[in-house]
Design a protein around this ligand. Structure first.
Ligand code: GLA
Ligand code: ZN
Length: 686
């Protein structure tokens, strides 16, 4: 569990405010670069991520370097006491490199070699590319490693994607040889190879999954995704060799992402593995505020969930590395943030543990694909427009919040998220093809706690369970024996465990357990889920729980009880009146199994009993209606409350402790009205 002591992850004791600064787009406009300095001050920004796509500006020809412009940028930023987050430029290569060394080009799953262009388009195995990145990174570290403005390293940019070239195939085979002990029989067994005649008798026959080849061997798919994460991390490790050597005290991050349209955690890389290699987690958040398919509060909840996951990866404050001060340009509809939303959405990030508010990008590009993406400085170059003023307001606000830097958010409740299980369940042919929605299901379980301001950590399977009073494990399809035994230990030692339908189905090789549900799971839960029914959208069934009827959808698991207590039953179909919800005392703890997919009201009512029994509480009780969220960061002697109105109406809140409004130093207590999108930031001594 996160500790209450402060952790200065960036080593700065102030909130970072700024963003991606790309002066390399403006090198022939010294007037613009000069004006940037003036505007930086006016916007109350203090930190700039520089050099992200600047390789061609740094090394215009192979071995020919020009750093003078970057020297000047360091000086400019330093002159206003600003800080630089220096990026390594590997996110996109110079054209000369692709031309001279075609092996750096990525090959896609259909084995088509990609042309030069785009971003994230490199082969992560290529020796040439690895040498070239190390070289440029070494030069950057040598030149700027001791510069007083250097705050952090930003390694590459949004690592993602995969390469299927011959070099990567060889690397994959080597990875598999290590994993399967150089024994092809073990691999064939793990991948259930005899099915559809997939047996290999030589390692060289193994190929990565492909739309023109094999894509349905689940064990292969799962191992490939693991390899892609490992190889990406390996590439990253290669990048930071000179950086660690030359600047051992400068923290390192790389910017993580989310899958934006549904706002769920990024799926393609296992960030729980990546996190171990970083000093600081940072991520790029682009929620579609004001969209027409969900309420502002529903979207805020999803942002909260991802924040709680990314913070929990290292159990320490993280950074918002990119966001937009207005709209993006790559959503289906690119709505600008309504007045007030920029401050509110920025403070939400801080409330969950971010020690920064950063943007893509500082100055709007004149040309190319992102020329209409929101930026601090618009094409009008003005400090008077609405967006600029809202940015400056965020800056002024952050300047009053420096005491919050480094503070944490301890939690008694954890929800378990697993990247590998997500891959495996999405790969599974079966259940509902479109209704698995594993990350979204976790967000639904998160809701009750979010609505009641009860802090939650979203943890991964390697993390310590024992720190939590309640552990919620929805839809953990893939569960190794090790995870099962850790869960057993957790409950035996007094933990409360909630699990749902479609859990514990396959092991870490994506092979199903045989002979019924794993015997340890049967012991923990006192029951055995024997069949999972999948429903059509128009099918209707209900669970009766505490005499109330709750509509279920998508999934209903038929349960055979051995010694569990039946807490709820199905209403219809051939399993009418059979158990749908069970509980069981095991060791010093208690477990619950939810057999069906149920909606918000069920979760509220179900979790309320557990909340009451375990005395789970918000850090500070603030009475409010739905759509208001109170998130708290805690220092050893005081609490910092962010009271946020994620609705379009005024909201009345009330509380009985006395707190100081950190923005205007007013002491307040009792009843307070929040305007639409208003956020109040309160400090209360303990
Ligand atoms: C990503 C990238 C940025 C920029 C933004 C635009 O997060 O890292 O370079 O393209 O998207 O939203
Ligand atoms: Zn490759």
């Amino acid at each position: 569990m996160s500790k209450i002591e402060k952790t200065y992850t960036t080593k700065a004791n102030f909130m970072l405010h700024g963003g991606d600064y790309n002066p390399d787009q403006w090198l022939d406009r010294p007037d613009i670069l000069e004006d940037d300095v003036r505007l930086m001050k006016l916007s109350h920004t203090n930190t700039f991520s520089v050099g992200i796509f600047a390789w061609s500006a740094l090394e215009p020809e192979e071995g020919v370097y020009q750093f003078e412009w970057l020297d000047q940028i360091f000086e400019n930023i330093h002159s206003i006491e600003g800080k630089v987050i220096l990026a390594t430029p590997s996110g996109a290569r110079p054209a000369w490199m692709s031309q001279k060394y075609p092996e750096v080009l990525r090959v896609n799953g259909s084995r088509v070699k990609q042309l030069h262009g785009g971003r994230h388009n490199h082969c992560f195995t290529s020796k040439v590319y690895r040498e070239k990145t190390q070289k440029i990174n070494r030069l950057l570290a040598e030149r700027y490693g001791k510069h007083p403005a250097l705050l952090m390293w930003h390694i590459s940019n949004e690592y993602g994607g995969e390469c299927h070239c011959d070099l990567c195939q060889e690397a994959f085979r080597d990875w598999l040889k290590v994993k399967y002990d150089h024994n092809l029989k073990l691999l064939n067994n793990a991948w259930w190879a005899p099915f559809w005649n997939h047996t290999y008798n030589d390692w060289s026959q193994v190929e990565s999954p492909s739309p023109i080849g094999e894509s349905a061997v689940h064990g292969l798919n799962l191992d490939w995704r693991r390899f892609v994460t490992d190889q990406t991390v390996d590439f990253f490790e290669n990048e930071i060799v000179p950086i660690k050597e030359l600047t051992p005290n400068i923290p390192i991050t790389t910017n993580f992402m989310a899958d934006t349209f549904d706002l769920i955690p990024f799926q393609a890389l296992d960030y729980s593995k990546f996190a171990k290699h970083l000093d600081v987690i940072s991520w790029d958040a682009y929620p579609a505020w004001h969209n027409d398919w969900e309420s502002t509060a529903d979207l805020a909840l999803k942002v909260g969930f991802i924040n709680d996951l990314y913070r929990s990866l290292k159990q320490q404050p993280f950074l918002l590395m990119e966001s937009t001060p207005s709209g993006v340009n790559w959503h289906e509809v690119n709505k600008v943030k309504r007045p007030g939303m920029h401050l509110l959405s920025s403070m939400q990030m801080v409330s969950h543990g971010s020690d920064s508010v950063m943007y893509f990008q500082w100055r709007k590009s004149r040309g190319s694909s992102e020329k209409f993406h929101g930026a601090v400085v618009d094409h009008d170059n003005s400090s008077e427009n609405r967006v600029f003023k809202e940015v400056a307001k965020v800056g002024e606000t952050l300047e009053k919040l420096n005491a919050i830097v480094g503070t944490n958010r301890p939690a008694d409740v954890a929800i378990l998220y697993d990247w590998e299980s997500n891959w495996a369940i999405n790969d599974a042919q079966g259940f509902g093809m479109k209704t698995k929605r594993y990350p979204q299901t976790l967000q639904e379980h998160y809701r009750t706690f979010w609505e009641q301001d009860i802090p939650v950590d979203v943890i991964t399977k390697e993390q310590d369970f024992s720190a939590y009073k309640l552990l919620i494990v929805p839809m953990l399809y893939l569960m190794s024996e090790e995870t099962i035994s850790r869960l057993k230990q957790y409950v035996a030692n007094g933990g409360r465990l909630v699990m749902t339908y479609i859990s514990g189905i396959v092991n870490e090789y994506d092979l199903t357990y045989t002979g019924g549900w794993h015997k340890d799971l049967q012991e923990i839960f006192g029951m055995n889920p024997i069949e999972t029914d999948t429903l059509y959208p128009k099918d209707r069934n209900y669970v009766i729980f505490r005499n109330e009827s709750y509509a279920l959808k998508d999934y209903a698991t038929v349960i055979e009880v051995s010694n569990a207590v039946v807490e709820g039953q199905y209403k219809e179909d051939f399993y009418a009146e059979t158990p749908a919800i069970t509980s069981h005392k095991f060791g010093d703890g208690k477990s619950y199994y939810i057999g069906a997919r149920l909606a918000d009201q069920f979760h509220r009512d179900f979790y309320q009993e557990i909340i009451d029994e375990l005395h789970l509480k918000p850090v500070r009780k603030v009475a409010h209606g739905r759509g208001v969220s109170v998130q708290v960061r805690q220092a050893p002697d005081r609490d910092y409350l962010f009271v946020m109105n994620f609705t379009e109406e005024k909201q009345e809140i009330s509380f009985d402790f006395v707190a100081e409004d950190m923005l205007n130093s007013e002491m307040i207590t009792g009843n307070v009205t929040l305007e639409k999108y208003e956020v109040r930031i309160l400090e209360a001594a303990r």
